[in-house]
Every structure is written in structure tokens, then in C-alpha cells.
Design a protein around this ligand. Structure first.
Ligand code: UDP
Ligand code: MG
Length: 152
């Protein structure tokens, strides 16, 4: 069953440098999701190593951390129906060449090590990432356009 969820979406350094922050925010807004947290970060190596802890044994891990340290990132939390899975679908595949046109990576990226945007891969991961980046602190408010997005 689909439920209301929160997901952690992060524009990576290449996305910030290429001027894609507004575009990525716009896609989530227009889809109907509610923005509940937003911040630009210059993350520490320690934070990135925690964020990507599941990948620390991978050969690409040092390159990944260096890439994520190459400039500021924009982190956000989006809330709504099935937000985690839908956010991943909007992102496309990890490898941009395998991402369908119409997805963020499928529209704006070509290589896996420069794939513009992060999205949580599961509800538990999302809660963990929201804790890491925002200390779990998100905003609660009623979105006035909600009645025009969700059936009564
Ligand atoms: N990555 C990489 N090479 C790979 C796989 C992943 O550089 O072969 C990078 C890529 O930036 C990816 C990130 O590591 O987004 C995290 O990998 P994950 O498998 O979690 O993919 P994602 O959840 O971002 O789609
Ligand atoms: Mg991942």
C-alpha cells in the first residue's frame, strides 16, 4: 500500500555548478510533493563517509567522496505519497546512460560518477539520511494545494 513518506533528495556538486537546483526543485514541486526541509551544505568528509557508509568497500568509494567534496550540495526533504520510490523513479537509474529520458539523470547526465542528484533508496534509509543531514528536523505545515493533489 502507498503511504505518506519523506525522502532525502540532494543536488550533488555538479548539479549545483550546472545550475540545476531550481529545475530539480521544480520537478518535485510540480509532481505534488511538499518541501519540508532545504539547505545548502559544504559537507565534511566524515559526514559523506557516513552518508555513503554502505559503499565504503567499493573501489569507487574514494572517487565518490572526492566528487561529493568538490563543491556545495543542496539537501532537501520532500514529503508525500510514496515519496521514496517515486523520488527514485524521478531520478532514474544510478548510471545515467541507463536512465530513461524524462528522468533527472536521463535528462541531465551521462556518467555514473557525475550523476547530478541523490535520492534515498528506502524508507529506513531516508529516515537515517534525514537524521544525518538535518538532525531529523523537518517542518510541519499544511500545504494549501493539497486538496487538488490528493483525492478526498
Ligand atoms: N557510483 C559510482 N560508480 C559506481 C556506482 C556508484 O561512482 O559504479 C556513485 C554514483 O555517484 C552513485 C553513488 O556512487 O550515485 C551512490 O551509489 P548507489 O549505488 O547508492 O547509487 P544511487 O543510490 O545514487 O543511485
Ligand atoms: Mg544509493
Amino acid at each position: 500500500m502507498s503511504t505518506t513518506e519523506q525522502t532525502y533528495i540532494m543536488v550533488k556538486p555538479d548539479g549545483v555548478q550546472r545550475g540545476l537546483v531550481g529545475e530539480i526543485i521544480a520537478r518535485f514541486e510540480k509532481r505534488g510533493f511538499k518541501l519540508v526541509a532545504l539547505k545548502m551544505f559544504t559537507p565534511s568528509k566524515e559526514l559523506l563517509e557516513k552518508h555513503y557508509a554502505d559503499l565504503k568497500e567499493k573501489s569507487f568509494f574514494p572517487r565518490l567522496v572526492a566528487y561529493m567534496l568538490s563543491g556545495p550540495v543542496v539537501g532537501m526533504v520532500w514529503e508525500g505519497l510514496d515519496a521514496v520510490k517515486t523520488g527514485r523513479a524521478m531520478l532514474g537509474a544510478t548510471n545515467p546512460l541507463a536512465s530513461a529520458p524524462g528522468t533527472i539523470r536521463g535528462d541531465y547526465a551521462l556518467q555514473v560518477g557525475m550523476n547530478v542528484c541523490h535520492g534515498s533508496d528506502a524508507v529506513e534509509t531516508a529516515q537515517h539520511e534525514i537524521g544525518l543531514w538535518f538532525g531529523g528536523e523537518v517542518n510541519q505545515y499544511k500545504l494549501s494545494r493539497q486538496e487538488w493533489i490528493y483525492e478526498a
